[in-house]
Each structure stands twice: as C-alpha cells, then as structure tokens.
Design a binder for this molecule. Structure first.
Ligand code: AMP
Ligand code: MG
Length: 348
C-alpha cells in the first residue's frame, strides 16, 4: 500500500568531475569529502585542497549544533522545548533559534501564510516520510488547521523568548533548517579561509566560491519524475545556494494516489497545483530553503511574481506537464538539457 522514501535522496546532482586540471599550474584537483547522517538526511561536505580537510569536522559540528537546537525530532531541542510549552508560557531561546524564528515569521508574512513555521500539527498528522503515514480525515485536518497560524507565534526580542499560546500548537522548521545549517557550515569554512567547496545537505546545496577558482559551479536540477539522478537542467553559480523542494522528496502512495510532504496551509493537504519542483538560487541558503517551499505552496503565478520582486533571488519552476519557468531571464545561469522539458520564456 505504501512506499515511503526518505529525504536521504540526493536531489541535486553535482556535476563535478573527480579530477580536473586546475588553473595555470596544471595541478590536479582532488575532492576531499566527508558524509554524515544529520538533519534527517545525508549531508556531505567537499573541499578541494588537502589542507582544508581539517575544517570538515568543525563544519559538521556547526550542523550538529543547528540540529540540536532546532530539530523537532530531538526531545531536548529548543524547538521541542517551545512546542512542549505550548499553551503554558514563554521559553527562552538562543539568539540563533530566535532569529531563525523571526526570519520564518517574516517569510510567512510575505507569503500570506503559504509558508508557515507553525505547520507542525499538520506535519505530525500526515507524518509523511515516516512509518505509519496514512491519509488524514477531513475532521482531523480541520482540527490541526485551527492550530496553524504564524501570527500567533509570539516572539519577544528583548528577552529572546517565544511562546505558542494554544496547547497543541507546534513549530516545525523542516522547510528552512537544512538551509540554515548549510549557511552555518559554509560560515565555518569561509572563516577558516577555505576558498571553494560544496556543501550538500540532502539537496540543499551551497557552492562556496568558484569551481576550484575557475568560474562557476554547475549544479544539476533533479528530474522530478526520475529517481535515478537524471537532471532536467543546469544552474551555473558562484558562492550561492541552490535548493530544491520537490514532490518526489518524501511521499507515500495509498490507493494509487501519491501524498507528498509539502502541505497547503489553506486546505491542510499536500499541495496539488501542477508544480513538480521549485529550485531557488540565492546567497542566503536559509532563505533559498524557505523560498523553495514557499514558492511551491504559492503556485506558479503568485510564486513567479514574488520571486521576481525579491532581490537577488532566482527561481526555476518545473511543472508536472514538463514546462519550465524561470523568475528571471535564464541568460547564462540556467539551461535545460533534457528535450522532454520546455522552457516557457517567451509567454511570460
Ligand atoms: P522542503 O523540503 O524544504 O520543501 O520542506 C518541507 C518540509 O517543511 C516538510 O517536510 C515539513 O516539515 C515542512 N512543511 C510542509 N509544508 C509546509 C508549509 N506550508 N510551510 C512551512 N513548512 C512546511
Ligand atoms: Mg525548504
């Protein structure tokens, strides 16, 4: 009846040759990579100079720190503390958690609640990607929806405290925390003087610097219909994040219907609006992560409008009918390399 898939699926494919000729000195560039399981997914960090390897451990420590603060799956995380105190009172938070909550609330506001960090009760109800996921009933969905409202998440900057006023309310940062963790890991590498590298946390990619100092990295966007790592197109970036939200990431199938993990805060069900995936390119990986989810929920028309008016942010919408839209002239930064897909530039 069900076929679950974990978010360990690597969504973006790095088109990085294993050994290439570098710069004028002809030296060979070798990847030095470490992979760990964190944030519910496979996380890998790659650097290209042997001497940078010693910073991989520190970068993963930053990831662990973020996970320990923000995971809803860890009973003693700060977010779990906030959720456990729902309806009871305020909870003091670290500056990091507090400011990500502030950002999340701002992203919720800008999207009219399409992205909502208090989506937790719905996420728990559907339980997608975990054992026991099942189709939720109308009544229980409506009950959960009454607890989803970012405007009711109370944030008190003076004391770095937060509160959820109703029992049962629940913050879930699943749509932004991986991106934030990627920012944190990149900061460690950057502060240590690492000039280039790739952070890939289950498809939340950050391409640090240039590709071995030789111009843009080329990051493939996963074909939403193909699990084998084929890609629809390539984005070329330097020093930026590329994050994809897709229907194929976490889902289960019941009676031939596929239920995925991105939920509508209007009807409480998996979003069904013709979008197969949204990829966002941005300097801020947390924002790219939040926006990939947010634009997916908003839908093509509204999402394209919001992406176009958000400074520095670029988005690629891949539709179920295999049409592809970019929020900014694809120019040299995006190209399709699968002729079953069509770029719909002119009609915009
Ligand atoms: P992503 O893979 O970044 O698109 O994030 C999806 C995850 O975000 C889900 O697994 C949920 O934990 C959470 N989520 C689902 N729907 C929403 C929503 N409408 N707003 C905010 N977070 C959501
Ligand atoms: Mg996201």
């Amino acid at each position: 009846m069900k076929s679950g898939k974990t978010s360990a699926t690597i969504i973006l494919i790095l088109i990085v040759s294993l050994s290439v000729s570098c710069g004028g000195d002809g030296a060979s560039v070798q990847p030095y990579s470490e992979t760990r399981f964190a944030l519910g997914t496979t996380c890998s960090i790659t650097v290209y100079r042997k001497k940078d390897m010693k910073h991989l451990g520190e970068a993963f420590e930053a990831v662990n720190r973020v996970e320990n603060l923000m995971s809803v799956n860890l009973e003693d995380s700060e977010i779990s503390g906030l959720n456990n105190a729902a309806g009871k009172g305020r909870v003091e938070l670290s500056g990091e958690t507090f400011s990500l909550l502030e950002k999340s609330k701002a992203f919720a506001a800008v999207s009219g609640g399409a992205f909502d960090p208090t989506v937790g009760p719905l996420v728990s109800l559907w339980n997608i990607g975990n054992e026991g996921a099942r189709v939720s009933g109308r009544r229980e969905i409506l009950d959960a929806l009454t607890l989803v409202d970012y405007r009711r998440l109370e944030l008190f900057p003076d004391t770095s405290t937060a509160a959820l006023p109703l029992e049962g309310m629940k913050v879930d940062l699943g749509a932004i925390a991986k991106g934030y963790a990627a920012d944190a890991a990149v900061k460690v590498l950057r502060d240590a003087g690492v000039p280039y590298g790739i952070v890939n946390f289950g498809g939340n990619v950050y391409a640090l610097g240039e590709r071995y100092g030789e111009g843009p990295w080329r990051i493939g966007i996963q074909d939403p219909e193909d699990e084998r790592g084929n890609y629809v197109g390539i984005v070329k970036i330097e020093d930026q994040a590329v994050v994809t939200s897709g229907k194929y990431e976490r889902f289960f199938v019941e009676d031939g219907v596929r239920y995925h993990h991105i939920l509508s805060t209007l009807d409480g069900k998996p979003v069904d609006n013709g979008i197969a995936s949204v990829t966002v390119v941005d300097r801020d990986s947390a924002r790219a992560d939040a926006f990939s989810t947010l634009l997916f929920v908003l839908g093509l028309e509204e999402g394209m409008r919001l992406a176009a008016e958000t400074p520095y942010l670029r988005a690629v919408f891949i539709m179920e009918d295999k049409s592809v839209y970019t929020s900014m002239d694809p120019g040299t930064w995006f190209s399709i390399n699968d002729d079953r897909y069509t770029l719909k530039g002119e009609e915009r």
